[in-house]
Design a protein around this ligand. Structure first.
Ligand code: G3P
Ligand code: CA
Length: 314
């Protein structure tokens, strides 16, 4: 955020205001009031499905968020889990293609994304987990999401499980960078109309992307209570500022009585974005819109991963 290239990106974005949705950066501010459609418009549609992504594009958030995983043939797909069985019918279609892993002393069957080609993954029902009406949904490749979003909204991918892929000799961060290079989205100029923000719980992933492409991607450190390091401490925030542009904790970590962490992050020149689990959002007494207004205007959070981009307060 402090470097010349990032400032150039912000200037380019500010310069594109005439054709951009009104929630995008306002001149002179710190690039706040950012709407990030988490898994698309996923409040009433299957998370990370083509239907949810298409609906989100129409609602014009600033970014569409997706998790990314890597297939056997090296294709990035928009999928949250490392394995396919919880949200698809992979066990029924490919009963023998599992790996056995030990969990709490028991052998459990799992069907890793990385053991299937994109063509195989495209045969899976990726909608019935949500509602049988969506049984025709297929897992979306990240290239498909780029094609859907280009020139309309930004992209906010999350690198998942880089250590799992590294252990297999694969580099999911490099795969993501190479896909952006192929799509000419690796430079500030290429990102006009489709800005790129990359998020990860894994500091190593963000460091790798910074090494690969300098400050041409905005980088966000994801945070939750289960991490070994206290990223929201004063020292933790100073540390994040050495390799990333912002921090995105789970919402409960930065609401009162911990809201002082927002100003502490800003003092380190970091954007503060949040994510949340759907349960308990919004709290009783608020609508989605009024609660998002509170988070932005009272707590001064800069960006919200949300499931209802049409309710985002402009
Ligand atoms: O990207 C923010 C959020 O999706 C991270 O949490 O549980 O989905 O990995 P989780
Ligand atoms: Ca995510």
């Amino acid at each position: 955020m402090k470097s010349p290239n990032s400032l150039a990106l912000i200037a380019l974005l500010a310069g594109s205001l005439l054709i951009a949705p009104p929630s995008l950066a306002q001149p002179g501010d710190r690039y706040h009031r950012v709407s990030i459609a988490h898994g698309g418009a996923s409040q009433h549609l299957p998370f990370s499905s083509l239907t949810a992504f298409k609906a989100a594009v129409e609602m014009r958030p600033d970014y569409i968020e997706t998790d990314v995983q890597l297939t056997k043939d090296g294709v990035l797909i928009c999928f949250h889990d490392l394995a396919l069985e919880n949200r698809t019918n992979v066990a029924a279609l490919y009963p023998d293609r599992f790996t056995e892993v030990e969990i709490a002393g028991e052998l459990v069957k799992t069907w890793y994304v990385n053991d299937f080609t994109l063509a195989e993954i495209k045969t899976l029902d990726f909608g019935s987990w949500f509602d049988p009406r969506y049984s025709d949904e297929r897992i979306v490749s990240f290239q498909e999401l780029i094609d859907l979003s280009r020139g309309k909204v930004g992209l906010y991918p999350e690198t998942k499980d880089p250590d799992f892929y590294r252990a297999r000799g694969l580099d999911i961060d490099l795969a993501l960078h190479q896909l952006f290079v192929r799509n000419q989205l690796d430079t500030a100029e290429g990102q006009v109309g489709t800005p790129i923000v990359i998020q990860s719980f894994h500091e190593s992933s963000l460091q790798r992307l910074r090494d690969l492409n300098g400050d041409n991607y905005a980088l966000i450190q994801l945070v939750w209570e289960g991490q070994d390091y206290d990223y929201l401490s004063d020292a933790g925030l100073r540390h994040i500022a050495t390799y990333a542009d912002g921090v995105a904790p789970i919402l409960r970590m930065v609401i009162p009585p911990n809201a002082d962490r927002i100003a502490a992050a800003h003092a380190n020149d970091l954007w503060v974005h949040i994510w949340h689990a759907e349960a308990g959002f919004p709290p009783i007494g608020y609508s989605s819109k009024s609660y998002m207004t509170y988070l932005l205007d009272v707590l001064k959070i800069d960006g919200l991963m949300n499931h209802e981009p049409d309710q985002f307060p402009l």
